[in-house]
Design a protein around this ligand. Structure first.
Ligand SMILES: Cc1cc2nc3c(=O)[nH]c(=O)nc-3n(C[C@H](O)[C@H](O)[C@H](O)COP(=O)(O)OP(=O)(O)OC[C@H]3O[C@@H](n4cnc5c(N)ncnc54)[C@H](O)[C@@H]3O)c2cc1C
Ligand SMILES: Cc1cc2nc3c(=O)[nH]c(=O)nc-3n(C[C@H](O)[C@H](O)[C@H](O)COP(=O)(O)O)c2cc1C
Ligand code: SF4
Length: 651
């Protein structure tokens, strides 16, 4: 009932071909990199999908699954479907999705030149020997692929059809051909990746031949009515782009004519490739104009994606600009998003902050899926919140993300929680983290955590610095120490001069001169530099290490560095600071030369040390102490949230 009240169109039943869906929210395919090395389903993957189906989504498109392993694999722990032995495992995924009333579609893929020989042990294959131009943007080496022969192409068409047949036997309600991104089918469609001279290259119809033959072969194998989806690009972006929006529309028409039942629309590298002036992460719904244009060209349902919120999804559907709404990262961050939206609890949706660590952890670090704001993503069992055996009295010190997460989890488990925060507001370092440009997604997370304090009945004491005496007087059963960091002050001569100021002070509005030197090129130093450069200051970053912003996800780091370069921020690495003076700083360069950097103001962004001032005494005074977040080791939001969750679960 409440569904129709809050988002009537989003929660309206619909269909794709013969497949009936209970609502119009789609979980798009998202690789988890959590299969076994040879591509079998694991318990972690099963639980991950179960959680999302349980959250109320109408259709789950299960992640990229390789039809020809190992050569087509793009990550080491990718699902495979090139043999009947994978059917039993895959059928478990279909089953758990069905158990919660959702439909399950399986995405079939071959990575082509997007596969890495370091993973597969084989030279990648592609329509043409053209390496991926944007490889380094997404952590791929961009190695030279081998051109497929016509015989091999025909063989791959057959393998897609066999994959579809196995998907059907595993109980999936449909299959999707992965024809976007840096994957093989999209490579055939692209005029820059595909420079073949035969019937698979040249004009668009020839380049689309591979996709159309796959659709034909799949149809022949699974029959006329089995739902068949294609995921296509609205265009190709970035260097070497080879699909224009107009060509994408023609591809959509060709796929429809060939027998596709629906199209999911994406754009590779949307928001990742640095452009000048470089953008932030693209605005929510940035792809919608392309979907709308495509909608005029085809009759089959179109699935729109790209940071779409329930509100924007509802509006898009109401305006007839798309037929279904894919919410990807939003569902990684909060699997219960559909349920919460349906019951009007939008403020209880844990928002994705757009940090891209979910992707980076797989493509760059070679690990499984993760989420900065949801420690349970990919670890559903490990981080499951279960009621505590006995309600305990808990004190949390620190109202940053670690402390708030610990408090929420402890309260959800039935404990009575009091949280002390010495500042006047909750948020910890996030209050400064939201200030630099391009951090627009972060305030929503602070708001979410803050509002959960009230919703979970947590007793929040603001503006009070917790001391051991204060804590002991409350006689807690357990304390979570989440006190963040104490800023590091490097032992440099002149550090206490009047022209020296901290990044925290700058981000809180302190004034600086026109020429600024920032000491420390970590994330905070680089973001503070960007903040100042935007105010037209002449900024120099001075970093001791050989790289700056090394901890950031690769794609976002590239964007940040491109923006700094565009704003003419000078970045000096491998540098040692000798002395801070009234007119700037004296440094020793990488080459061992002394140099003076003129600066009116010097900003310290040298990181911090764990603030464990209360730890030893607390350990002697209270029954149990749990540490969480930066006061264990200064890292980032993901680690603070994960530590907070662990602490909340440990009590
Ligand atoms: C400018 C900036 C940008 C950043 N950007 C990102 C980013 O994009 N991605 C990312 O992953 N990370 C980022 N970070 C780092 C991230 O904000 C921290 O890692 C995270 O906030 C750590 O959380 P925490 O809860 O452990 O500690 P904190 O956020 O530091 O919170 C600790 C809290 O404890 C309080 N406190 C301390 N002692 C006491 C006491 N005795 N009594 C009461 N209260 C006390 C403090 O006032 C503080 O509010 C950024 C940091 C900054 C400064
Ligand atoms: C972690 C992650 C993995 C992804 N893996 C795939 C994939 O396997 N196949 C695919 O077609 N798209 C993949 N995508 C793209 C998503 O399907 C979706 O198009 C994109 O995230 C945009 O939607 P969103 O902004 O709602 O997340 C992935 C995205 C993420 C975040
Ligand atoms: S890791 Fe970051 S981008 Fe990915 S879903 Fe979580 S919050 Fe969103």
């Amino acid at each position: 009932m409440s569904n129709t009240l809050h988002f009537p169109k989003l929660f309206e039943p619909t269909r794709i071909g013969q497949m009936e869906l209970k609502n119009r929210i789609v979980m798009p395919p998202m690789g988890t990199n959590m299969a076994t090395p040879d591509g079998h389903v694991t318990e972690r993957i099963r639980s991950y999908y179960e959680q999302r189906a349980k959250g109320g989504v109408g259709l789950v498109i299960v992640e990229t699954t390789c039809i020809d392993a190992p050569v087509g694999k793009t990550t080491a722990y990718q699902l495979a479907i090139d043999n009947d032995r994978f059917i039993p495992g895959l059928s478990q995924i279909a089953e758990v999705i069905h158990q919660h009333g959702a439909k399950a579609v399986l995405q079939l893929q071959h990575g082509g030149r997007g596969a890495k020989s370091s993973i597969t042990g084989i030279q990648p294959v592609a329509p043409s020997p053209v390496p991926m131009p944007y490889g380094t943007q997404v952590g791929y080496e961009g190695e030279m692929p081998r051109e497929l022969t016509v015989g091999e192409i025909k063989d791959l068409v057959r393998k897609f059809a066999q994959g579809a047949q196995r998907g059907r036997r595993a109980g999936f309600d449909g299959v999707e051909i992965h024809s976007t991104g840096y994957y093989l089918v999209a490579q055939f469609l692209s005029s820059t990746a595909n420079v073949r001279q035969d019937e698979y290259g040249g004009n668009l119809r020839n380049r689309a031949r591979f996709l159309l033959e796959i659709i034909d072969a799949v149809r022949e194998t699974v029959g006329e009515v089995y739902p068949l989806l294609c995921k296509i690009s609205a265009m190709e972006l970035g260097p070497g782009s080879g699909i224009t929006p107009e060509e994408a529309q023609q591809i959509a028409q060709m796929a429809e004519e060939a027998g596709a039942d629906a199209l999911e629309i994406a754009a590779m590298l949307w928001g990742i490739i640095p452009r000048l002036p470089p953008p932030t992460a693209e605005a929510p719904g940035g792809l919608l104009p392309f979907v709308e244009a495509m909608k005029k060209m085809v009759k089959i349902p179109l699935i729109a994606a790209g940071r779409i919120t329930p509100e924007l999804g509802e509006k898009t559907l109401q305006e007839g600009k798309a037929d279904l709404i894919a919410i990807g990262k939003g569902l990684i961050a909060d699997p219960e998003l559909p349920m919460k939206a349906a019951s009007g609890r939008v403020d209880e949706i844990r928002p994705c902050i757009g940090c891209l660590r979910c992707i980076d952890n797989q493509t760059v670090k070679g690990k499984g899926i993760m989420c900065s704001v949801n420690a349970a993503a990919g670890k559903e069992r490990e981080f499951e919140i279960k009621p505590a055996g006995r309600s305990k009295k808990v004190v949390v010190v620190g109202g940053g993300p670690a402390g708030m997460e610990a408090a929420i989890v402890a309260a959800l488990r039935g404990h009575q929680v009091t949280l002390y925060e010495k500042q006047a507001r909750l948020g910890g370092q996030l209050l400064e983290a939201v200030v630099p440009p391009h951090k627009d997604n972060l305030p929503g997370f602070v708001d979410y955590l803050t509002s959960q304090m009230t919703k979970r009945g947590i007793d929040v004491r603001l503006g009070i610095e917790a001391t051991v005496e204060l804590i002991s007087a409350a006689r807690p059963d357990a304390v979570v120490l989440a006190a963040g960091v104490t800023p590091s002050v490097p032992p440099i001569s002149g550090i206490d001069r009047a022209n020296v100021i901290t990044a925290k002070q700058v981000l809180n509005g302190a004034k600086v001169g026109d020429a600024v030197a920032v000491i420390g090129g970590g994330l905070v130093g680089c973001e503070t530099a960007e903040y100042l450069a935007k105010q037209r200051k002449k900024v120099t970053i001075v970093e001791m290490l050989d790289e700056v912003a090394g901890v950031m996800p690769l794609a976002l780091r590239k964007l940040l560095l491109a923006r700094l370069a565009y704003m003419k921020v000078t970045v000096l690495t491998g540098v040692k600071c000798q002395e801070l003076t009234e007119g700037g700083l004296l440094i020793i360069t990488k080459e061992g030369q002394e140099k003076t950097i003129a600066a009116d103001s010097i900003v310290l962004a040298a990181g911090g040390r764990p603030n464990t001032a209360l730890l030893e005494e607390l350990r002697r005074t209270v029954p149990a102490v749990h540490l969480a977040g930066d006061c264990v080791d200064p890292r980032g939001i993901a680690e603070a949230v994960a530590d907070g969750r662990s602490a909340g679960l440990a009590i």
